[in-house]
Design a protein around this ligand. Structure first.
Ligand code: UDP
Length: 485
């Protein structure tokens, strides 16, 4: 395995949500491709998906394995198949789910004892793993799966509480001690930041555990957000390594087509459809794995897309209240009218495969970080439609800092279901990002960033070097702790 011999063994523990699992699987592949041994922890139900994702690097001789743990779902009153937060559709179920997750501590400890890894990389939702790793004598790195911009922005809001100094929810405030005069309103902050909830305490525990950890591993690249990477490292004092975009480890069509879930469309059919379109002429609409919209909102999107006159691929998670053969969100005769213009994928799309196609000229996104970075990596400008989590921060990065997107005008953070947007705004934003001078300018900037992203992960690039530096540091740590190499 070249100059990086003395194989380092990393244990990866992703949170059970598609948006967390997908990048961690890619990260495990990346480490394996740099000569480390990677072991991924999966829930039993997800084991086949994990195995499928790592089959190719394994065949190529890279050391990558999957082991399983079992969530004590029965003990917390959840059905046995609810082993992924995407399946916990109600808030109460999510609380139960998080209780079950906290009960995985002993299983993790036993795994570390058995596998004897040199380092644990675990999700931000597992603050308790810092102590377990310390007890077992190995370092823990935290994986948040978001940008330095949002990591630093959320931390400045948490520390300086500007939202407590405004008179109403809609009054804008600047994020204090944060570069770039970035403005938010209280409405755009998560509910647990706006007011103290049970989750607020947990959030603070997560942040404290991060301070005690070895550092933070970022799915981002330095050139994308240098000011914020520095701010996060120096002003906020976080040791961090920028080693992304992880998705770039998927080079072949097959790799891109099978990320996270079985796609609901045949990849060849999808590519054939895209091949028949002109470059930059299709808008792609998808809101990640968690956000859901009601029938009325889906209807507005359908009308807006049709009125825009643009070609589109629209991913719709099956809406509630779908009767046999009838979908209440779909205008009458819609699919026959849009026949050659639009493609609706019901379920799961091969997103990276689609974004990377030259026919895609824009992406309407909820600004989940994976989707945002995948668009950057593909050089595709965005229409930003944030819903929950840290997505309002990512929107600011895209529209105000990178200037590769237009916002659709969402004002309110709403967990899971999203603030409502009228069809006219969909129509206008889609046209703005696809056609005209402003679109050309955004596309030019997005393509330049895409080039930088590819350069970052190539040998000698910033992410390549940062990953090399991290591997070296972990080796030294192992040496210092008298482990055999
Ligand atoms: N994704 C996909 N097909 C879909 C929906 C999502 O491949 O139909 C992938 C997408 O490429 C990304 C991840 O799922 O890697 C979603 O992560 P993101 O951070 O964007 O959003 P989240 O699902 O966490 O809200």
């Amino acid at each position: 395995m070249g100059s990086e011999s003395h194989q380092l063994h990393i244990l990866f523990f992703p949170f059970m949500a598609r948006g967390h699992m997908i990048p961690m699987i890619d990260m495990a592949k990346m480490f394996a491709m740099r000569g480390c041994k990677s072991t991924l922890i999966a829930m039993s139900n997800d084991e086949p998906t994990f195995l499928k994702s790592v089959a190719k690097p394994k065949d190529l001789g890279f050391e990558i394995d999957v082991v399983t743990v079992t969530l004590p779902l029965k003990e917390v009153g959840l059905p046995e198949d609810c082993d992924n937060i995407n399946k916990a559709t109600m808030m109460d179920m999510r609380k139960q789910f998080m209780s079950a997750v906290m009960m995985l501590d002993r299983q993790l400890e036993l795994l570390i004892e058995k596998l004897a890894p040199d380092c644990l990389i675990s999700d931000m939702f597992y603050p308790w793993t810092t102590e377990i790793a310390a007890k077992c004598g190995i370092p823990r790195l935290v994986f948040h799966g978001t940008s330095a911009f949002s990591m630093a922005g959320t931390e400045c809001v948490r520390l300086y509480e500007p939202h407590k100094k405004v008179s109403c929810d809609s009054e804008p405030f600047d994020i204090p001690n944060f570069p770039g005069e970035i403005t938010l309103s209280r409405m755009q902050l998560p509910d647990f930041v706006r007011e103290e909830t049970e989750f607020t305490k947990f959030y603070n525990v997560m942040k404290e555990s991060e301070n005690r950890s070895f550092g933070v591993i970022m799915n981002s690249f330095y050139e994308l957000e240098p000011v914020y990477a520095e701010h996060y490292r120096t002003f906020l004092g976080r040791r961090s390594w920028f080693v992304g975009p992880f998705s770039l480890c998927n080079k072949e069509i097959e790799d891109k087509a099978h990320r996270g879930n079985q796609a609901s469309i045949d990849q060849h059919e999808c590519l054939q459809w895209l091949d028949s379109k002109q470059p930059n002429s299709v808008i792609y609409i998808c809101f990640g794995s968690m956000a859901d919209f009601n029938a009325a909102q889906l209807h507005e999107i359908a009308v807006g897309l049709e009125e825009s006159g643009q070609q589109f691929i629209w991913v719709v998670k099956k809406a509630p209240n779908v009767e046999e053969g009838k979908e209440e969100w779909l205008p009458d005769g819609y699919e026959s009218r849009i026949r050659n213009k639009g493609l609706i994928i019901r379920g799961w799309a091969p997103q990276v495969l689609i974004l990377d196609h030259e026919a895609i000229g824009g992406f309407v996104t909820h600004c989940g970080w994976n989707s945002t970075l995948e668009a950057v990596t593909a050089g595709v400008p965005m229409v930003t439609w944030p819903v929950a989590a840290e997505q309002f921060y990512n929107e600011k990065l895209v529209t105000q800092v990178l200037k590769i997107g237009v916002n659709i005008g969402v004002k309110q953070w709403v967990s899971m279901f999203g603030d409502s947007v009228k069809s006219e705004r969909v129509e206008e934003a889609v046209k703005r990002v696809l056609v005209g001078e402003e679109a050309e300018e955004m596309r030019r900037r997005a393509k330049a960033l895409a080039e930088m992203a590819r350069g970052a992960v190539e040998e000698g690039g910033s992410s390549w070097s940062d990953l090399g530096a991290l591997i070296k540091e972990l080796r030294l740590h192992r040496l210092a702790h008298n482990k055999k190499i």
